[in-house]
Design a binder for this molecule. Structure first.
Ligand code: AN7
Length: 359
């Protein structure tokens, strides 16, 4: 039987393209290798001839793309002898940091905005044994505190200002090129700190420079309207959005992201919370793909730009779905229109419930 070798995570797979040594102890949970799902129904609803793929990063071990960066950041922290990691987070980074720290047997400290992270993410940080520090302030305040405290305490920062994070995250672009056998024409992402859009661009450029792809995409970053510093042209002090993952007003990769836009001939745009929620629901109900609100920002923006023709027919479009819908059960339940039906536990009443609700 020609069995394929067991998939052991993205560092093993892309070892030659990542800053590790032969004897580096790899801290992995089998992250990466996520599905690239071609949308069947949404393009038809749009009435446009476009190939839309979603890269479902919610299927990483802790349910978001952060695992790609965290396997690298924690592997290097351990290699360098660090005993503790720290991050500020809108939720997903804290979940990934907590999980990879427990895998490595080191301590994690996570600073989160009090009351403003989705329930699933808080549950993850807690169950993995992170020290959860809730601050009475937003992500941006937490990020500043993390930078300050790391000057005075022996902790390694694992936010995306840690350069190993972007190295890990660039592998998502590698996977897309390998599957499509080319780069897409447009790659759409939700943008918060802008680390991920920067990392993807690094990956696409590397594959083109090394002759693995002969094209590169235009990079398109979408922000939530209430939290859109790249649209305002300056940091925003009180960001607000239903998509709490991207409730970020002072992006850490500010200069890098402008460079990505310029080099790739891409653009930034913004989506209202309403657009974001519509896209989340559409994906769930028309394609069977359940992502968290922030993730749906990529599709919300892409749909608008496809409708307007800014993304022309005939294009190959990839939208990254950065996190799993189960991260934020509260929003999902609020979004649901189908009624919960409660009946007696009898054949008759169940049958009646079915017949009454058949389409
Ligand atoms: C689902 O967890 O910043 O533009 O602290 O969780 O690379 O910041 C999360 C960011 C998009 C934005 N989608 O990515 C954190 C955090 C989801 C996210 C983003 C985040 P970047």
């Amino acid at each position: 039987m020609p069995f394929r070798p067991r998939y052991t995570g993205l560092i093993d797979k892309y070892r030659d393209r990542l800053p590790v040594h032969d004897d580096t102890r790899i801290i992995s949970l089998g992250e990466g290798n996520t599905p690239l799902i071609r949308l069947n129904n949404i393009p038809r609803l749009l009435g446009k001839e476009v190939d839309i793929y979603v890269k479902f990063e919610g299927l990483n071990p802790t349910g978001s793309f952060k695992d790609r960066g965290m396997t690298m950041a924690v592997t290097k922290a351990v290699e360098e002898g660090s005993r503790a990691i720290i991050c500020a987070s809108t939720g997903n980074t804290s979940a990934a940091a907590a999980a990879y720290a427990s895998r490595a047997g080191i301590t994690s400290f996570v600073l989160i905005p009090d009351g403003k992270i989705a329930l699933g993410k808080l549950a993850q940080a807690m169950i993995h044994g992170a020290f959860v520090i809730q601050i009475k302030g937003n992500f941006d305040a937490g990020m500043q505190l993390v930078k300050d405290v790391a000057q005075e305490a022996p902790v390694t920062i694992v936010n995306s200002i840690n350069p190993y994070r972007l190295q890990g995250q660039k592998t998502a672009a590698f996977e897309i090129v390998e599957e499509l056998e080319c780069a897409p024409d447009f790659h759409c992402l939700p943008v918060g700190n802008a680390g991920n859009i920067t990392a993807h661009w690094m990956g696409y450029k590397e594959y083109q420079e090394h002759g693995i792809a002969n094209n590169r995409p235009r990079m398109v970053g979408y922000q939530a309207a209430g939290s859109a510093p790249f649209l305002r042209g300056h940091p925003v002090d009180n960001p607000e959005t239903v998509a709490t993952a991207i409730r970020i007003g002072h992006p850490q990769s500010w200069d890098k992201a402008w460079q990505v836009k310029a080099e790739s001939n891409g653009w930034f745009d913004e989506c209202t919370d309403e657009d974001i929620l519509v896209a989340q629901k559409l994906l769930s109900q028309k394609e069977g793909v359940f992502c968290e609100p922030a993730s749906a920002t990529s599709l919300a923006g892409a749909m608008r730009d496809i409708r307007s023709g800014k993304i022309p027919e005939g294009s190959k479009v990839v939208c990254t779905l950065t996190g799993h819908g189960l991260k934020d059960p509260d929003i999902a339940i609020k979004q649901s229109t189908a009624p919960l039906i409660t009946v007696e536990a009898t054949l008759d009443s169940v049958k009646r419930a079915i017949l009454e609700n058949m389409a």
